[in-house]
Design a protein around this ligand. Structure first.
Ligand SMILES: [Zn+2]
Length: 59
């Protein structure tokens, strides 16, 4: 049994942004503050997003 919240995705690989205190997704380079734990906030072609939304992709 898992108590991990279904709608929060924060286990994607992150990297520090040069010259900033912010972190971003290693795949799509969007800031974690913009992603905000939501899979849909990753770029459409983000590898992490695609791995977690295979059930939504029709084509
Ligand atoms: Zn991403």
């Amino acid at each position: 049994m898992s108590t991990y919240p279904k709608n929060i995705y924060i286990d994607y690989p992150q990297e520090k942004v040069d010259g900033s205190n912010e972190y971003r997704c290693q795949f799509c380079k969007l800031l974690t503050s913009e992603i905000n734990g939501k899979i849909g906030n990753h770029a459409l072609n983000c590898q992490y997003r695609r791995q977690h939304t295979y059930f939504e992709i029709e084509d």
